[in-house]
Design a binder for this molecule. Structure first.
Ligand SMILES: Cc1cc2nc3c(=O)[nH]c(=O)nc-3n(C[C@H](O)[C@H](O)[C@H](O)COP(=O)(O)O)c2cc1C
Length: 361
């Protein structure tokens, strides 16, 4: 399956993705500025918003509208909704389609209490028939040309895992018109502990393949399943595809310090498919710094100074892990101590000028 782009099918139409790699929704990270930054390095087939409250969107809450904000560069874009009320989710999905969503996703994997207590997130894995009814209502509310997808875990509990609840839910969703299923290879009870269980993802891939046919990148093949969890390098991308048979890979935390992991992952797949050595597409140090600066400028443009300064101070620790082999203490200290946007710009400029190659500073 390596190197095959994905096609997401809707009842009347389809969305062809340029690659089979997707930027994961990560609440607190995956805003418009971050999505554009990852896209700017290449290889992102689809990016997803953070989880959005349909009530928030429908009542025009500033926080929700900010999270749903998109742009011409931010295409194709998946907007992810959470909740457990079919009518509200259906209205929310229509709002997304009306406000630029290329694809709409329903979150069925979030383990956070605040979300599960309202019967959303991975609580949806606990009552498959009810979740299928919800999905059907949302599918019916969306324009026929907009693909609807779902993102889930391997089940709530170990017992669910053993019983193959994820496969059962995924197959049911596909029969109701799901355009793709993403599976994070952990149960809800595991949260983020332990390793991602690729054998669990494979079980879902096999169940969906049996029910819908194997996905082959064409408009007639089966429904694609995306594997997710602990993918941090291009090698991990190849292993996830190989170990699970999934059609594509979703990457979240692996992009925190390496927003260009998608371009490396796509190149690795193409090279393998063509029987050649992957080209070295690791960005230069200058490109990496350009990426950090552009990310900061986008946050200033799309949100505000307070937000941009707060976020860049937090995120420079991650981004710094891949700058000068992670030896960039002065850069991190300069950004973390910044009080104004010009301080951030000056810290990056000073590092760029003074950066001793391979210095281990
Ligand atoms: C801080 C944090 C926030 C997350 N927010 C969301 C979210 O809003 N929606 C969602 O579907 N998954 C969310 N996830 C789960 C990720 O999308 C992904 O499934 C998980 O991190 C495993 O993939 P990774 O190892 O590539 O990060 C979140 C994960 C983390 C760590």
């Amino acid at each position: 399956m390596t190197g095959i782009p994905l096609t997401l099918r809707a009842p009347a139409g389809e969305v062809a993705l340029e690659t089979n790699l997707m930027l994961a929704p990560i609440a607190g990270w995956c805003d418009l500025a971050w999505r554009e930054t990852c896209r700017s390095f290449g290889g992102v087939g689809l990016a997803c918003t953070d989880l959005l409250s349909p009530q928030g969107l429908l009542c025009g809450s500033e926080a929700s509208i900010d999270l749903a904000r998109t742009s011409e560069l931010d295409r194709p874009i998946c907007m992810q909704l959470y909740g457990g009320n079919a009518a509200v989710l259906a209205d929310g999905a229509r709002w997304c389609a009306d406000h630029g969503a290329t694809v709409v996703d329903i979150n069925m994997g979030c383990p956070v209490d605040k979300v599960c207590k309202k019967d959303g997130g991975s609580k949806l894995m606990c009552d498959v028939p009810n979740t299928l009814r919800i999905f059907e209502a949302v599918r019916g509310a969306l324009p026929d040309s907009t693909p609807l997808t779902a993102k889930m875990r391997l089940g709530w509990s170990e017992d669910d895992y053993e019983r193959g609840v994820a496969g059962e839910l995924a197959v049911g969703l596909c029969k109701l018109g799901a355009a793709a299923i993403t599976v994070h290879g952990r149960t809800t009870e595991q949260r983020f502990k332990g390793d991602c269980r690729r054998e669990g993802i494979r079980r879902v891939v096999d169940a969906v393949g049996e029910a819908t046919g194997a996905h082959d990148g064409t408009t007639t093949g089966g429904v694609p399943v995306l594997g997710n969890g602990d993918v941090k390098t291009p090698e991990d991308v190849l292993e996830m595809l190989d170990d699970t048979g999934c059609a594509g890979v979703m990457i979240g935390r692996g992009a925190f310090g390496m927003p260009w992991v998608f371009r490396l992952g796509w190149e690795a797949q193409r090279a393998l498919a063509e029987g050649r050595v992957p080209r070295d597409l690791e960005p230069s140090e200058d490109e990496k710094l350009d990426g950090v600066l552009a990310y900061f400028e986008r946050m200033l443009e799309y949100r505000n100074e307070h937000y941009a300064l707060h976020k860049i101070r937090q995120k420079i620790s991650w981004l710094g892990k891949t700058i000068n082999g992670s030896h960039c203490k002065p850069l991190k200290a300069g950004v973390q101590g910044a009080k104004t946007p010009d301080d951030v710009r000056a810290a990056i400029a000073a590092w760029r000028v003074g950066m001793p190659a391979g210095s281990g500073v």
